[in-house]
Write a protein that binds this ligand. Structure first.
Ligand code: FEO
Length: 402
């Protein structure tokens, strides 16, 4: 039997030996419409080294790609840059199979791997800035705590200027292409933004600090090799600049209008608000939340200046789809937003108040006490919705200009 999976050489001594997950559409609650990859890298140094592994069901694909370059038993060193199971799910089986002489992770990574697998793996913790000789080549480790787990770290291969960046600078994108310059820019930009919004947005202040540190270290970088999606060789400066912008979260004239509706009253309000936003010079994006995934809401909010949320009242509560989306979005901690709530009701109308509470907890500056309509909006009520859109547009000009 031949080897069904081949490694891809990405620099003189480094090979991509990861797995392509064409089928995944839900990555722990994040919609992955284009699938994903779990990247792992083989360094053919004097001490042959494997950087990261893959999600458990893809172990044979990993081993097959390694075997297309070298007998896996020849691997001496195993590095785990991140302990989340999409990169460690098969770690204990891989260790049993290849029996490496040395295994390294960050201090927090060594603890996390033990707490995941309870396998007593002989992992040597490495410190921030520590250098590891692979014989003729050297790796340096950079801790990147909370980007996006406490254990996360980068490994930098000095001789070939490769930055192994685990989740950072990655994206969920299944592709036969291994490099960024082989994929259309609009796909890279969208999937990078979606990844940042859903994985890294809560840690934007740390992203800013990390970028400053990378700049200060002034490492020559030829390749950024993340654990998901394509390897960056053309767009390194661009992705660093995009991360800096997303981390800064400067408000824009974009206003996201997210709503659900029972009998089309709240949807009529949403559309009238969008009219008012447009007339006032803002750029609305309207998301019917029942048919828009929560992770797409997060992506839209990433470069917005305003968030307006519309919920009908159902049995005294916010509509459950909005509760889901707002719970998810609140945890992602988007910055620098203004906002407002709206919605229709039959007899009590609590939803607008509940939405206001969540927006306030999210530190979103409310520009109105919220607008609710009993049963079905008439033309006067729709004009008030247009006025609310106009008010948000005016306030956006204030915050964007400030
Ligand atoms: Fe790709 Fe945080 O794991």
């Amino acid at each position: 039997m031949g080897k069904p999976f081949e490694a891809v050489r990405i620099s003189e001594h480094v090979y991509w030996v990861g797995a392509i997950d064409w089928a995944i559409r839900d990555f722990h609650g994040y919609s992955t419409n284009r699938g994903s990859t779990y990247n792992a890298f083989l360094i053919m140094a004097d001490k042959i080294t494997l950087v990261d592994t893959v999600k458990a069901p893809f172990r044979q694909e990993l081993m097959s790609r390694i075997a297309s370059v070298v007998d896996p038993g020849e691997i001496s060193v195993l590095i785990s840059d991140h302990s989340e199971m999409d990169h460690t799910g098969c770690l204990t089986d891989v260790v049993a199979e290849i029996r490496p002489d040395e295994i390294y992770a960050s201090t927090m990574g060594a603890k996390a791997i033990e707490k995941h697998f309870h396998a007593g793996l002989p992992i040597t913790p490495v410190k921030d800035g520590e250098r590891l000789s692979l014989g003729n080549m050297n790796l340096t480790f950079l801790e990147t705590r909370m980007l996006h787990w406490p254990d996360s770290m980068f490994s930098y291969l000095e001789e070939e200027q490769v930055l192994f960046a685990q989740d950072a600078f990655g994206m969920h994108l299944a592709s036969a292409a291994r490099f960024d310059d082989e994929i259309e820019d609009h796909v890279l930009d969208f999937e990078s933004a979606k990844y940042y919004a859903n994985i890294l947005m809560p840690f934007s202040s740390l992203v800013t600090k990390l970028l400053a540190r990378v700049k200060e270290l002034d490492l020559p970088i030829k390749l950024v090799a993340p654990d998901h999606g394509p390897i960056r060789r053309k767009g390194i400066a661009k992705i660093m600049e995009l991360y800096a912008q997303w981390a800064e979260s400067k408000p824009t004239m974009k206003a996201v209008v997210a709503y659900d509706t029972m009998w089309n009253s709240t949807s009529k309000m949403a559309l009238a608000i969008a009219d008012g936003l447009t007339a006032g010079g803002a750029i609305p994006t309207v998301l019917p939340i029942r048919s828009s995934h929560r992770s797409d809401l997060a992506t839209e909010v990433l470069d917005a200046g305003a968030l307006l949320v519309g919920s009908p009242t159902i049995n005294g509560q916010m509509f459950p789809t909005l509760a889901d989306a707002l719970t998810y979005l609140k945890a992602l901690r988007p910055l620098n937003l203004i906002g407002a709530a709206f919605g229709s009701y039959g007899w009590s109308g609590e939803a607008v108040g509940y939405v206001n509470d969540v927006l306030t907890e999210m530190k979103i500056e409310l520009v109105s006490e919220g607008f609710k309509v009993n049963y079905v909006p008439d033309e006067a009520a729709l004009n008030e919705c247009r006025a609310l859109g106009g008010l948000v547009a005016e306030q956006l000009k204030r915050v964007v200009g400030s």
